[in-house]
Design a protein around this ligand. Structure first.
Ligand code: SF4
Length: 388
């Protein structure tokens, strides 16, 4: 198969891997409908960089051959589908050609496990070394850390990439056993995310290729192991607080034909959205896990935004005075995010805020916030919003 045909095959099989930012209400900052089809069926995704720049990101694997048999995965060994493989130099040169033609501005590269985690990581590192040092690639690079990779390899990946990630898939050992019985949660997976943070923390003077250590992320397959939202968010809270992950991604489980979980029910898309909303509350809004509005069985309400559910319980009877509340109190109000709080604090320095239109003009979802606010001591008049 021609190199470009192999790339198309691998690239199309990688569409489920996230790398773009997601806004606090759970929607992609750039909708999936914006996917651009370039170079005859090569998918290049819009992605938002840490500095806010939007780029076209090529996502691919070096190989879709895999020796593992994770129960949910389309690439599991023995599954009958068309696979493809690149050698590091061949792939790096092809990507640079696409980069020079301005088809892809950034790269997210992963791999099936072939020959063990260490060998597979070596091939990813070789690719990154060729890109950075032989072909002088200065663009965005997201490198996967393989299960079982060595610590020195993790550090080398961090010296070459802008972001590194390792997918935990499940929130803990018993749940992972349901999804991927031959992976070990602590030893093969979590330990490597711990190393990333340890390297960032203990080697502040030795940094990545562009002067910064890369950010780190992970992904969970939500619903594949019948885990609760509480379990997923417990691990998420630990990853944010202790390992400083930039983001935990949630992918709603969808059964793949010819896998052991092909008869397992798919996860509703709304669950994925609620998990994102709750994870942002943990990361950006000062909420703790204990404050999440879990229902029986440790699940979040599917039909209500968790911040709204919390506000219904806690703010309905005690609305927040916009002109006096501190930052932490304002962040608790539905419809007000970190940028909205900044805007309110600026507006308050100029004049007393007395109407919703002032908040609206500052980009705040004023109708959503209104039931939980006082404006100069008065309840605002507003239209009831469904607030989902
Ligand atoms: S190791 Fe990765 S690619 Fe291989 S089967 Fe498991 S999840 Fe899929």
């Amino acid at each position: 198969m021609q190199a470009i045909d192999r790339l198309k095959l691998l690239n199309q099989q990688m569409q489920f891997e996230p790398d773009t930012d997601v806004s606090p209400d759970g929607r992609a900052t750039l909708p999936v409908a914006c996917l651009e089809q370039r170079a005859d069926d090569l998918y290049v995704h819009p992605a938002v960089m840490p500095n806010g720049r939007h780029i076209r990101l090529l996502k691919t694997q070096l190989t879709s051959v895999c020796e593992r048999d994770c129960h949910y995965c389309p690439f599991r060994s023995g599954r009958d589908f068309r696979r493809a493989t690149f050698q590091p130099e061949e792939f790096a040169r092809l990507f640079m050609e696409l980069h020079r033609r301005n088809i892809a501005e950034g790269l997210f590269v992963s791999s099936g496990l072939a020959g063990g985690g260490v060998r597979t990581q070596d091939r990813l590192l070789q690719t990154a070394e060729i890109l950075r040092h032989k072909l002088n690639y200065r663009g965005y690079l997201h490198l996967k850390i393989m299960p079982g990779a060595e610590k020195a390899q993790v550090e080398r990946a961090m010296q070459l990439a802008d972001r590194v990630s390792l997918n935990l898939e499940a929130p803990n050992t018993p749940r992972l056993a349901r999804l991927a019985p031959h992976k070990t949660f602590q030893e093969e997976l979590l330990t490597r995310l711990r190393w990333v943070e340890e390297i960032r923390r203990t080697q502040p003077g030795h940094r990545g290729w562009n002067g910064h250590w890369p950010s780190s992320t992970t992904q969970f397959v939500a619903g594949g192991a019948d885990e609760s939202d509480l379990e997923l968010l417990q691990t998420t809270e630990y990853l944010y607080r202790s390992l400083r992950l930039k983001r935990t991604y949630f992918m709603a489980f969808n059964p793949i034909p010819d896998t052991p979980l092909e008869d397992h029910a798919p996860t509703p898309a709304n669950r994925e959205r609620r998990l994102y909303q709750a994870s942002f509350l943990l990361r950006d809004y000062g909420f703790s896990l204990e404050e999440m509005p879990f229902e029986a069985g440790g699940m979040l309400p599917l039909l209500q935004d968790p911040k709204l559910a919390w506000a219904e319980l806690n703010l309905s009877a005690q609305p927040v005075e916009v002109n006096r509340a501190d930052r932490a109190q304002l962040l608790r109000v539905p419809g007000i995010g970190p940028r909205g709080v900044d805007a309110i604090l600026r507006l308050r320095q100029q004049a007393t805020i007395r109407d919703l239109s002032t908040l609206k003009s500052a980009g705040i979802l004023a109708e959503r916030a209104a039931p939980y606010l006082l404006l100069d001591g008065k309840k605002p008049i507003y239209q009831i919003s469904l607030g989902i």
